[in-house]
Design a protein around this ligand. Structure first.
Ligand code: SF4
Length: 520
C-alpha cells in the first residue's frame, strides 16, 4: 500500500514565500479538533502564522469529518467554499485533512482540482510537507517512545481478533490507499489550542476495536491504541501550568484506556492521578462504552471532588433485537440496572447518552421500546442521530432498510419526548446553587453572558445564561462564580451571580493563556 497524500501534479507555482499565513477550518467532533490543534502546533513551530482570516491566508486547511452523510456533506461544502476563496483570493494552497481523506482520498483530488494536497488522520505530521514547510522524520508513527512499545505497536487482543475477521478492511473504498492509521500524538507534540483558555481536551486514545455494525470509525481511524500513561499525565500537568482549569479526556472509547498497554482499570487509574493535580478544578471524560463502566471507575468519580459528576455513555438503542443487529448487545433491562448502579454509586450524576433511530429492521415496536426506555431512564442530556447507511459498514449489507421519511419522523418524535422531559428537569433546578465556569459573552446576545456547571460538557450540553452579575461590574471568562438558577428553558438555565466560587482558590497564578485558536 502506498501513502498518496501529495497530488502528483499539484501546481508548484503555489509555493508560498516567507512566513505563510495558514487559515484552518476544523469540522466534526472534539477528537478531530485535537487533530487540528496538533497540525496548527506543528505549523506554528515550523514558522507559519495561524490566522482567523481565510480571505488573507496563504494556505487554507479544511480538517474534515466523515462520520455520517450529513457530516460528509458539511465537509464537502467547506472544501468547495475554501476552493472558491482560493480562486478568488490570495490563498495559494488548499489542503484537505481528516476522516474524509481516509475514505475518499482519490475522489477529492480528482474531483476538486483546487485541492493541492491531502493529509489523512494517520499522517498529521505531513501537514508540514503539504504546506511546503519541510519533511517530517520518517515514519511519523515512530517518532516517540511514548506511543510505541519496544519493537511492535501494542494492541488489544480483541483488536487483533477483529482485524483477522476483517473489521478494519478498507478494500471496498476506492480512495483508501493509505495504511490503516497508527499515528497518536504525545505530550512532546506541539499543540495550539483552539478552545477557550480555561478548558482543554486531551486525547488519551485513538481508534476503536468494537464491532458496531453501523460504524466506520474503526476503518477510518484504525485499531484502538492508548497514549502512554505518563504522557497523558505530563500533558495534563503542562496544561494546568498554562492556566487550564477544566480538562476533558476524549477518545473513541475512553473506557478501554490502557488495555493495549496491559493496564487494568486504566481509565480509573489515570483519573485518580490527574484528579490530584493542583489547580485542576474539573476533570471529565467522554464516550464510555456501556459494559466497561466498572465499579472502580464509578467509585473513582464519586471519590474526587474535581471529577465532574458527569457520564456520557452512548447506548445507541434500547431494544435488544436492534442492539444485537448493531453488534453491541444489551437492552433496556440491562441498561436500567446499569443506570441504577451509576446513580446509586454517584448520586447527583448527570447522564448523557445518544441513540440511533431507523437502523435496518427497526420496527414500530422497537422504536416504542426505545421511547419507553427513555421515559424510564430520565437522561439529563440526550442526542438522537438518524441512521446513515455507510458503505463499508456491516449494516450497509443488511436488508429491511427503514424509509428516510420514517427515520426522520422517529428522530423528531424522540427529540420531542426528551425536550418535554428536559424542561421538567430544568425547572427542578430553579433555586439551586451551582459553581459556574464563565465562558464569556453569550453567543446569542451581548446582553447575556454564558457558562457551564460541572453537569455540562463543553460545546455539547445546554447553557447557563447569566443575566444578573450581582455585586460584580464585570465577570472574568475562565473564572468560577457561585450562581443561583432563576429560570428554566427546555435545555438551558438562567442564573444570577452570588459570589466568587471557592474553586478559584486553587487557581494557578495568572499566566498568559495560550488560546491561539480562540480567535479562529
Ligand atoms: S464504540 Fe463507537 S467508535 Fe467504536 S465502533 Fe462502536 S460506535 Fe464506532
Amino acid at each position: 500500500m502506498t501513502d498518496v497524500w501529495l497530488k502528483e501534479d499539484a501546481p508548484r507555482a503555489g509555493v508560498v514565500q516567507g512566513k505563510p499565513r495558514v487559515g484552518f477550518v476544523s469540522l466534526g467532533c472534539p477528537k478531530n479538533l485535537v487533530d487540528s490543534e496538533v497540525m496548527m502546533g506543528l505549523l506554528d513551530r515550523a514558522g507559519a502564522e495561524i490566522t482567523a482570516s481565510a480571505e488573507t491566508a496563504d494556505i487554507l486547511v479544511v480538517n474534515t469529518c466523515s462520520f455520517i452523510d450529513k457530516a460528509k456533506q458539511e465537509s464537502i461544502d467547506a472544501i468547495l467554499e475554501m476552493a472558491r476563496l482560493k480562486t478568488a483570493g490570495s490563498a495559494q494552497k488548499l489542503i484537505v485533512a481528516g476522516c474524509l481523506v481516509e475514505r475518499y482520498r482519490d475522489e477529492i483530488q480528482k474531483n476538486i482540482p483546487e485541492v493541492d494536497a491531502v493529509v489523512g488522520t494517520g499522517e498529521l505530521e505531513r501537514i508540514l510537507e503539504a504546506a511546503g514547510l519541510g519533511i517530517p522524520a520518517q515514519p511519523p508513527t515512530e517518532l516517540s517512545p511514548f506511543n510505541i512499545l519496544s519493537g511492535a505497536q501494542a494492541a488489544r487482543a480483541e483488536g487483533n481478533r477483529r482485524e483477522e475477521q476483517g473489521r478494519f478492511s478498507r478494500t471496498t473504498w476506492d480512495g483508501a490507499r493509505a495504511k490503516l492509521p497508527q499515528y497518536l500524538y504525545d505530550h512532546t507534540t506541539p499543540r495550539l489550542r483552539a478552545t477557550a483558555g480555561a478548558s482543554a481536551y486531551i486525547k488519551i486514545a485513538e481508534g476503536c476495536d468494537h464491532p458496531c455494525s453501523f460504524c466506520v470509525i474503526p476503518n477510518l481511524r484504525g485499531k484502538f491504541r492508548s497514549r502512554r500513561f505518563e504522557s497523558v499525565v505530563a500533558e495534563a500537568e503542562a496544561l494546568v501550568a498554562e492556566g487550564v482549569r477544566e480538562i476533558t479526556l476524549i477518545g473513541q472509547d475512553t473506557t478501554c484506556f490502557g488495555e493495549d498497554l496491559g493496564l487494568k482499570d486504566g481509565l480509573a487509574t489515570v483519573l485518580d492521578r490527574l484528579a490530584g493535580i493542583d489547580g485542576l478544578a474539573w476533570l471529565r471524560f467522554l464516550y464510555a462504552y456501556p459494559n466497561k463502566i466498572t465499579g472502580r471507575l464509578l467509585e473513582t468519580i464519586a471519590r474526587h471532588a474535581s471529577l465532574c459528576k458527569y457520564l456520557d455513555v452512548p447506548l445507541q438503542h434500547a431494544s435488544a433485537p436492534v442492539l444485537k443487529a448493531m453488534k453491541r448487545g444489551g437492552g433496556a433491562e440491562i441498561f436500567l440496572k446499569m443506570i441504577e448502579k451509576i446513580r446509586r454509586m454517584v448520586p447527583d450524576i448527570a447522564l448523557r447518552t445518544s441513540f440511533i433511530v431507523g437502523f435496518p429492521g427497526e420496527t414500530d415496536a422497537d422504536f416504542e421500546a426505545l421511547c419507553d426506555f427513555v421515559v424510564e431512564a430520565k437522561f439529563d442530556w440526550l442526542g438522537v442521530f438518524a441512521y446513515s447507511d455507510e458503505e463499508g459498514s456491516r449494516a450497509f449489507e443488511l436488508g429491511a432498510k427503514v424509509p428516510k421519511r420514517v427515520i426522520e419522523q422517529r428522530r423528531r418524535a424522540l427529540m420531542k419526548l426528551q425536550r418535554g422531559m428536559s424542561r421538567q428537569r430544568m425547572e427542578a433546578q430553579v433555586g439551586r446553587v451551582f459553581d459556574v465556569l464563565v465562558e464569556g459573552e453569550s453567543k446569542e446576545t451581548p446582553l447575556l453572558w454564558q457558562g457551564r456547571t460541572q453537569y455540562h460538557a463543553p460545546e455539547i450540553d445546554g447553557t447557563v445564561y447569566l443575566n444578573d452579575f450581582g455585586s460584580f461590574d464585570l465577570l472574568t471568562p475562565g473564572r468560577f462564580y457561585r450562581c443561583e438558577a432563576t429560570e428554566a428553558h427546555e435545555y438551558d438555565l438562567v442564573a444570577r451571580v452570588l459570589e466568587e466560587s471557592p474553586l478559584n482558590a486553587g487557581e494557578v497564578e495568572e499566566r498568559e493563556l495560550t488560546s491561539a485558536g480562540a480567535e479562529l
